[in-house]
Design a protein around this ligand. Structure first.
Ligand code: ATP
Ligand code: MG
Length: 724
């Protein structure tokens, strides 16, 4: 088996072989990024089939995302002794896919609510019936309810000490009841109902236990309570459970993920063997060094330092553009010059960021420059997101009062059903077309007084928007829509969600600021949307060769030759919400003080930074704009502490014995082809080799300055030039 693997160019190291050979009993592989955990998982499945002749039906492989499941199936098909026919018979599934299948096989035929918008309408209706229409945002409530369910907290057991708690509990109970009456499940129900099924029906559980004699779970550090319990039940009988993960990459605790499950694996499985992997095969040594230097500042972790195999051709690059727009300009020209020079293709490149709104500027530029990309985040564009779209629809109505789509978009915020509202508008329009179409809605019989008042105010507002500057217009709508929700000062379970909404609205304002009139702004949005559609239609056939755009969360487990990390500034990385970690009040850890929770939230942000930098194989480019959403921003503390101080020397300096290094070096050099000069610009350069920071000298005033301190390590930078 191993000879056949080697013939395919896969030379496993000794601990990797040990993990692949593992046959019976629980096994934990806790190891750093890029050390071959997923590789080992795939090879062991192939080994069980090819050498131990295990029947493929006895295997269950759980992965974190659909994309990861697809990749794993592809990798399995290439293993010695396997072909795509055999590998397709193995169950490689996400938790959701596995649980849904189990439910379906046991007679659960509920519809799955896959469109969040539908759920939001239901929640809105419930809120209206309780007189709470302006108090909460339905999307926010959905995500709070989800985090409870993932921790197996039943709605009946939610606290009801404060008014807010009582209201939330009421809303959630009615929503759950509505689903029962309508015979529907939402995504979270898929896991929770499967868990209940296994709890309540021993024969179903027994048959799964017998069937899945060998279970493997990738990214185990991010399993949440319900997922953990499901696996525990099924693995109970055979105890042949292999889990791989990295406690430094737990990044889904907002979704209920609990790092303790991996750190305390032995307490649950006393007989568990452990295999440690500490050689990174993915990234060049300077990238591995930076990852080590970032993560070593966390306290709640198993200490491990990764060794590198690939020599660096170039160190991580650090750039400090003036603004997000400047950042996108740089990114576009840098990507173009790399690809034009033949150094890499679009498909080798990933652009990562902390939150979806960070991608607004870059997506616009990619579209306008006609560069191919896949956005792995939202299928919606920035302007189509739930919190932005109604604002744009109001702006549209100011110019085109009869725009049907925009009218439809405005109705939900008035608590008027789309169909009914549009019907009355269209009927009345035929009779008296001179009036503002929305005025016809006043004729709806079931309209309550507060709704009539709201409608009149809204029409007044829309009429006034046409004379305003775009920024002013957005602020006016924002005030009317969201301020009641946003300006609640009370700290509560919703603080974190408020923060995310505020951030998206701030981003919308930064976008609008660039335009002189609302009309120009709307035209720009329209142009971007048109080009986006064109781009997707024309490029659909070249799925592989596209720049990948995603949040750091989505990038887990993946690797790319070239990685750009954007907006690495304080307030974004770490994210401001982590700096006030009240949202962690939901996490049920007995006896943990608020200060500890804040520390925990910051550590999670640091893990995100670690995940981001360790996705890069050969080139890593990090950028921290000087002005972020219109305010001066400091570089991320994670970078500053990693690049400065003596500890980074130790972290970056540890490497493999010379012989291993030399063998790997040739391959690494071949991976990154050098690229010829494209443009030279005047720049400040940091003398430190580890830091590699540089910043463009963008104005004559800057060029006059005698010195400038490096924003990362503090060393005196000198003037020079940089090729971009
Ligand atoms: P992550 O923590 O990001 O999920 P991982 O530990 O799962 O990473 P893999 O994705 O399995 O790591 O491996 C990282 C890279 O190293 C892959 O490109 C893989 O093919 C390669 N690799 C793994 N083991 C070896 C080996 N023994 N020799 C050469 N390359 C290897
Ligand atoms: Mg992996």
């Amino acid at each position: 088996f191993f000879r056949d693997l080697e013939a395919q160019g896969i030379h496993l190291n000794r601990p990797q072989v040990q993990a692949v050979r593992h046959f019976k009993g629980p096994l934990l592989t806790l190891a750093g990024a890029g050390s071959g955990k997923t590789t080992v998982l795939v090879c062991r499945v192939a080994y069980l089939l090819a050498v131990h002749r295990v029947h493929p039906g006895h295997l269950l492989l759980i992965t974190f995302s659909k994309k990861a499941a697809e990749e794993m199936r592809d990798r399995l098909a290439l293993m010695p002794g396997l072909d795509s026919g055999l590998s397709n018979t193995i169950q490689v599934r996400t938790f959701h896919a596995f649980c849904l299948r189990t439910l379906r096989m046991n007679g659960f035929d509920q519809d799955i609510l896959s469109d969040g918008r539908y759920q939001q309408i239901v929640i809105k209706r419930i809120m209206l019936s309780m007189g709470l229409q302006d108090t909460y945002q339905p999307e926010v409530l959905m995500s709070l309810l989800s985090s409870y369910k993932m921790q197996l907290i039943e709605v009946d057991d939610l606290p009801e000490k404060t008014d807010e708690e009582q209201e939330l509990k009421q809303i959630f109970m009615q929503y759950e009841q509505w689903k029962i009456e309508q015979h529907k499940f939402d995504f979270d129900d898929i896991l929770v109902k499967a868990y209940q099924l296994l709890q309540e029906q021993p024969d179903v559980l027994r048959s799964l236990q017998r069937k899945f004699a060998y279970i493997s779970v990738d990214e185990f550090q991010d399993t949440n309570t319900v997922q953990y319990e499901i696996i525990k039940m099924i693995a109970q009988h055979h105890q042949n459970l292999m889990v791989v993960g990295d406690d430094d990459q737990t990044i889904y605790s907002f979704n209920g993920a609990r790092n303790e499950f991996i750190l305390q694996f032995h307490e649950q499985y006393h007989a568990a063997k452990t295999v440690t992997l500490d050689i990174n095969y993915r990234s060049s040594s300077s990238i591995v060094g930076l990852g080590n230097a970032i993560i070593r500042h966390n306290v709640q972790r198993k200490n491990k330092t990764l060794l590198a195999t690939k020599q660096s051709v170039c160190g991580p690059q650090y750039i400090r553009p003036t603004s997000s727009d400047d950042e996108s300009d740089w990114l576009i020209s840098d990507i173009r010059s790399k690809v034009d020079a033949g150094g890499c293709s679009y498909g080798d490149i990933a652009v990562l960021y902390r939150t979806t709104s960070n991608s607004r500027a870059i997506i616009e530029q990619l579209i306008l420059h006609n560069l191919p990309f896949v956005d792995y985040g939202n299928s919606d564009s920035f302007y189509d997101q739930w919190m932005v779209k109604p604002i744009i629809d109001h702006l549209r109505l100011a110019y085109e009062r009869r725009n049907i789509e925009a009218m439809e978009g405005v109705l939900p915020s008035l608590y008027i059903g789309r169909e009914q509202g549009m019907r009355i508008i269209q009927e009345q329009e035929a009779v008296q077309a001179k009036k503002w179409p929305l005025i016809h809605l006043l004729g709806l019989p079931q309209l309550k007084d507060f709704q009539k008042e709201k409608l009149k105010n809204r029409i007044r507002l829309i009429k006034s928007l046409a004379d305003m500057k775009p920024l002013e217009a957005i602020q006016a709508i924002r005030k009317d829509f969201y301020d009641a929700f946003l300006e609640t000062n009370k700290r509560s379970k919703l603080t974190h969600h408020r923060e995310m909404l505020r951030e998206t609205l701030d981003e919308l304002e930064s976008s609008a600021k660039r335009f002189d009139s609302v009309e120009q702004f709307l035209y720009f949005i329209h142009e971007v949307a048109e080009k986006r559609t064109e781009l997707f239609v024309s490029r659909r056939d070249h799925a592989a060769d596209k720049i990948a755009l995603m949040t750091i969360h989505k990038s887990k487990g993946l690797e790319f030759p070239v990685v750009y990390l954007l907006c690495a500034v304080e307030g974004n990385m770490p994210h401001s919400s982590a700096l006030e970690a009240s949202h962690l009040d939901d996490v049920q850890i007995a006896g943990v003080s608020k200060r500890d929770k804040e520390g925990a939230a910051l550590e999670e942000e640091r893990r995100l930074a670690y995940v981001a930098v360790t996705r890069a194989k050969a080139e890593l480019l990090i950028s921290s704009p000087l002005f972020f959403r219109g305010k001066k921003a400091e570089p991320s503390r994670f970078l500053v502490s990693a690049f400065s101080g003596a500890d980074s020397v130790a972290a970056a300096g540890r490497a493999l014995p010379a012989a291993v290094k030399a063998a790997a070096a040739g391959k690494a050099a071949a991976a990154v082809k050098s690229r010829p000069a494209s443009e030279r610009v005047a720049a400040w350069l940091c003398p430190s080799e580890r830091c590699n920071a540089w910043a463009r000298i963008s104005s004559p005033q800057e060029a006059q300055r005698a010195a400038k301190a490096c924003p990362l390590c503090g060393a005196a930078m000198h003037k020079g030039s940089k090729q971009i």
